[in-house]
Design a protein around this ligand. Structure first.
Ligand SMILES: [Zn+2]
Length: 104
């Protein structure tokens, strides 16, 4: 099924492709017309340079508001940099000895 031409929201795939293109180009030398062309070449719906740019800027702003989630440990949720993971170490709680009939 071909993508609907009037589709307005970016799909996850399209967004990833957009980030890939921008990374290749360099964040400080983005040529939006070229970005649009490359997205279209990759099979995504053709957009205006303005709409792609707006999407990118919005996403960047959104990311800035959210502290980078990838920097947090998935296991213990602490900031990953230099952290000692509390989740990996399975510290077994000392078990009470059950069935100890030493009183006999
Ligand atoms: Zn951890």
């Amino acid at each position: 099924m071909p993508p609907a031409p009037a589709r307005r929201t970016f799909s996850g795939e399209e967004h990833l492709k957009l980030e890939e293109i921008i990374q290749e180009m360099g964040r400080n030398s983005i040529r939006w017309a070229a970005v649009v062309k490359r997205l279209a070449e990759a099979g995504f719906a053709e957009r205006t340079a303005k709409s792609v740019r707006n999407h990118y800027l919005r996403m960047r702003q959104f990311k800035r508001m959210q502290p980078e989630q990838t920097n947090y440990c998935r296991i213990c949720k602490l900031p990953q940099r230099g952290h000692v993971c509390l989740g990996k170490k399975k510290v077994a709680p000392p078990k009470a000895v059950v069935g100890d009939n030493s009183e006999e």
